[in-house]
Write a protein that binds this ligand. Structure first.
Ligand SMILES: [Zn+2]
Ligand SMILES: [Zn+2]
Length: 240
């Protein structure tokens, strides 16, 4: 599988960029994980909108779903012949129902209890620690594993969930000196500890803060994690 970072900013997109969005591809099957502000524009650098099969939303904060409305409109204007599916949780029924759009986009629920098989991918979900109900995803294909923390503060169970992943995409909303756990987020130390505890091969720091030098996040996380660390940037891709 191939994962491309479409957007990685925390809260709002910097000029010409996007908040959370990750494009997954395998066997010509394209899935978008999260659909934050700027994602529908930027994803077209990597994939035709009509070739997207589905979108999975970790949660209903704007920086993860702001572009759902314009995705809906795109389905009228591009005259997509194929019905698109948006997967979300149903703990906020009103927001879930708004994912439906005419007869072009259908909302479907995911849950922790079931593995979601989507094209070539098998996806498990795990509830994170965040002010809005939010789910991490463990995506498997052909024995390769990629885990995405979505938004969360540090949680031991998340390390079990991410166990032995080839890649861990971890949110890293702050530098080590800032404890952001009370806001439901992780800093560079948390992300490094999580990766180490989970025994992952590679850590990708994402959902990055708007100040400072992101290289510092990598340096801080490397005090806690022995494996390879990457810093998210638009267009960065990882193939497994
Ligand atoms: Zn959030
Ligand atoms: Zn977020």
């Amino acid at each position: 599988m191939k994962m491309t970072v479409v957007g990685f900013w925390h809260g709002y997109p910097e000029a010409g960029e996007a908040t959370s969005g990750y494009l997954l591809e395998a066997d010509e099957y394209n899935v978008l994980i999260d659909c934050g502000s700027g994602v529908i524009s930027n994803v077209q650098k990597f994939c035709n909108l009509n070739d997207l099969k589905a979108i999975i939303l970790s949660h209903y904060h704007h920086d993860h779903m702001a572009d759902i409305g314009v995705f809906h409109y795109s389905q009228i204007l591009t005259q997509s012949k194929e019905k698109k599916i948006i997967y979300g949780h149903t703990e906020d029924e009103e927001k879930f129902q708004k994912l439906h759009f005419q007869d072009l986009v259908v909302a479907k629920a995911f849950s922790e209890k079931h593995v979601l098989t989507l094209g070539p991918f098998n996806i498990n979900f795990h509830k994170t620690v965040h002010p809005a109900s939010c789910y991490a995803m463990r995506i498997e294909r052909n024995g390769k594993i990629m885990t995405y923390t979505a938004d969360t503060s540090y949680q031991e169970e998340l390390a079990d969930f991410a166990k032995n992943s080839d890649v861990l995409i971890a949110e890293c909303s702050a530098y080590e000196e800032n404890d952001v756990s009370q806001f439901g987020h992780m800093n560079s130390r948390d992300a490094g500890r999580l990766a180490q505890k989970a025994g992952v091969k590679q850590l990708l720091l994402s959902h990055l803060p708007h100040h400072g030098d992101h290289q510092q996040l990598k340096n801080e996380a490397s005090k806690y994690f022995d494996g390879e660390i990457l810093i998210a940037s638009s267009g960065l891709s990882i193939s497994l």
